[in-house]
Write a protein that binds this ligand. Structure first.
Ligand SMILES: *Cc1c(COP(=O)(O)O)cnc(C)c1O
Length: 453
């Protein structure tokens, strides 16, 4: 029989509900805290910042399934279902008995999984009478997804992009403007926070911290304007569960069930999106799939961070979140996988690590690009530098299978393509990239600045 390469769902087979793992967790995530009072937050406390529905979803530990609104499903159909693909050529190159599958989230107008959450976030804003959305973006994947989704649902988007990234990586800001968003380099003169920073340091290159401050200020001082976030938060992982729910059906078409599930890890949304629907069978049905989150060795919150209440942002504007963290003012090395340079993990994933349901692995930068190059040359897709970490972790497992003679089924998430990150590949090919080592003393210094609760 001819070997089947791709497993494709019809439009009417796209799941119509998201999966909320919080309902099935034995130990629920601890609540976020108000930093001033240290009291647990209620959904209403978040209303000034986010769409109300997102606030409810954030703290929902009750409903296992949440309906995907019809207009969001309609827009999902523009690019979903995404294919599940068997990586035969990669298997051959590794000479492994393992069966390697990947979920291809790079095939959509924006090139990464982030649009899966940008669409519902903009939809809920529209439904609630919001007219404007804002956010911050580093490399620009989230900003691009949000700009598209805002246009789809008739909202104005203002994206604060780290000034230096805007100058060095202009293509994603061009995408954002193509979709009609206003892109502002941060720090900017458009907010008080930005003006203060520029007054102190006229040549400030910007950081995610400056961009978050500006976006939150805009959202809280502009009528009918909400802030949105593309990772870390529980409602973002909820929306991303569409990835794993589709993959579950597609693995069934392939007649296999994954022994190991792998995704790269920045704030946890593409990992949770693929992993949680499968993890529900570990929680409820006695399956024992292994879950591996691949983080950069230079930003190792899962393996070397501490479980603490910490701020979600550098500047300390957000609620305190219970999570594995390297400290909110940790400054990760300037690796090319910009989407993985985040100091903390989401609260769900952090609880799952504490409970032994999953674990992290650290991938050095050069190993990630070695893996990305092999994947490009075998499977023909140039992966995002972030996704390269998942591929590297997959290759480690596949080699382990070869050594042990084990025919494991491995499923990983291809969270995005790298076609707008070609300068990173260029640097790698020219031999200009290197690994970063991170001393324990640096981690300890940053953790000392985490507030006590
Ligand atoms: C943003 C991004 C990530 C990291 O974010 P998560 O929330 O951890 O998924 C990974 N891959 C790509 C392609 C991204 O754009």
């Amino acid at each position: 029989m001819a070997k089947q390469k791709k497993f494709i769902l019809q439009e009417n087979e796209i799941p119509t509900q998201w999966y909320n793992i919080q309902a099935d967790m034995k130990n629920k995530p601890l609540p976020p805290l108000n930093p001033a009072t240290k009291e647990p937050l209620k959904a209403e406390d978040l209303y000034p910042i986010f769409a109300q529905e997102c606030c409810s979803q954030e703290l929902d530990q009750e409903h296992q399934w949440i309906d995907i609104p019809e207009p969001v499903l309609d827009k999902y159909k523009y690019y979903r279902a995404t294919p599940l693909v068997r990586a035969y050529e990669l298997e051959k190159a590794l000479d492994t008995p393992a069966h390697i599958y990947f979920k291809n989230e790079s095939v959509n107008p924006l090139g990464s999984h982030k649009v899966n959450s940008a669409l519902p976030q903009c939809y809920y804003c529209k439904e609630e009478g919001v007219t404007n959305v804002t956010t911050e973006t580093g490399a620009g994947q989230w900003g691009a997804a949000l700009s598209y989704a805002a246009k789809v649902f008739g909202l104005e988007a203002a994206v604060y992009q780290v000034k230096l990234s805007l100058q060095q990586k202009p293509y994603r800001s061009m995408m954002m403007r193509t979709f009609g968003a206003a892109v502002v380099g941060s720090p900017s003169m458009s907010t008080r926070a930005g003006k203060n920073i520029i007054t102190r340091d006229p040549n400030h290159p910007g950081s995610l911290g400056t961009a978050i401050s500006e976006a939150i200020e805009l959202a809280t001082t502009t009528p009918n304007c909400k802030y949105t976030l593309g990772s870390v938060l529980n409602h973002v992982s909820l929306h991303q569960s569409i990835i794993g729910l589709e993959a579950e059906k597609q693995m069934e078409m392939a007649g296999e069930y994954p022994d190991t599930i792998i995704a790269c890890f920045g704030g946890g949304s593409n990992f949770g999106g693929l992993a949680f629907p499968f993890m529900r069978h570990n929680l409820l049905d006695g399956k024992d799939t292994e879950f591996i989150a691949a983080e950069p060795a230079s930003c190792p919150k899962l393996t070397r961070g501490e479980f603490r209440y910490d701020f979600g942002d550098e500047a300390g504007y957000t609620p305190l979140l219970p999570m594995y963290t390297l400290g909110h003012d940790f400054k990760p090395a300037n690796i090319h996988a910009g989407g993985l340079r985040y100091h903390g993990a989401g609260t769900i994933v952090s609880q799952l690590i504490k409970d032994g349901m999953m674990h992290g692995v650290d991938i050095p930068q050069l190993e990630s690009f070695d893996a990305g190059m092999l994947f490009a040359r075998t499977e023909g897709i140039i992966p995002a530098p972030e996704s390269c970490h998942a591929i590297a972790a997959t290759i480690r497992e596949a080699i382990r299978c070869k050594e042990a003679g084990e025919e494991k089924v491995i499923l990983f998430n291809l969270s995005g393509h790298g076609l707008i990150d070609m300068t990173a590949y260029d640097s790698y090919i020219n031999g200009d990239l290197h690994n970063y080592t991170l001393e324990d003393s640096v981690i300890q210094e940053n953790l000392a600045n985490v507030p006590e609760v």
